[in-house]
Design a protein around this ligand. Structure first.
Ligand SMILES: Nc1ncnc2c1ncn2[C@@H]1O[C@H](COP(=O)(O)OP(=O)(O)OP(=O)(O)O)[C@@H](O)[C@H]1O
Ligand SMILES: [Mg+2]
Length: 174
């Protein structure tokens, strides 16, 4: 793994909630993206230890950036047995978390692909409020900008960008 940049910008504390510093890493191959995804998962779980809501994570990046690859890695570490594919047509998929060591608190992972949604209305019809209120849920949202208003204030954001070389990506955790 190539630990290239940590922008380390100190954020102005405008809320009571403790803010975490944004971090970024460069992955030179899909394997390095997998390693970074694991690292980000550990950080997300650690930061959310005391939260009483679902852990909601927006994943943005162009087509083919590696968003689904990221969710597949997370699923593997949570002991999820079902196949993780891009849920473009189903919109949202629910998976049972089996690994109680990695995740003591969380029982289900949801994977939402908002690519085809124009706004948050369709989401609300899918029981979104109940999903994000439940502290036993981890929710990954691809294309969060399409459902901006439905993302809770406590949501975390990950961005994956293509870099100069074909298999290079930059992963940001905010
Ligand atoms: N460093 C890298 N990290 C992740 N994927 C990479 C990397 N280099 C090449 N790839 C390739 O890029 C593709 C990423 O596909 P993936 O389905 O994860 O993207 P996505 O962001 O979910 O796309 P979509 O918006 O179409 O759903 C895979 O084919 C993978 O092999
Ligand atoms: Mg995808």
């Amino acid at each position: 793994m190539n630990h290239v940049r940590n922008r380390g910008r100190t954020q102005v504390k405008t809320e009571k909630r403790k803010r975490t510093r944004p971090i970024s890493y460069v992955a030179k191959s899909p394997k390095e993206t997998v390693d970074i995804a694991r690292l980000f998962l550990d950080k997300l779980l650690d930061n959310a230890k005391k939260s009483s809501d679902a852990l909601v994570v927006g994943l943005s990046g162009d087509l083919g950036a590696g968003k689904t690859t990221f969710v597949q890695t997370v699923a593997k570490h949570l002991g999820i047995k079902s196949k993780i594919s891009s849920p473009t047509f189903v919109i949202i998929k629910k998976h049972k978390i089996k690994n109680k060591i990695t995740s003591k608190k969380y029982k289900f992972m949801f994977h939402l692909d908002a690519y085809r949604l124009k706004n948050e209305k369709e989401l609300l019809a899918l029981g979104w409020e109940e999903i994000i209120e439940n502290p036993e849920h981890i929710v990954f949202v691809e294309w969060p900008k399409n459902v901006k208003k439905a993302m809770p204030k406590t949501a975390r954001f990950i961005r994956i960008s293509h870099a100069k070389k074909e298999n290079e990506r930059v992963l940001y955790l905010q």
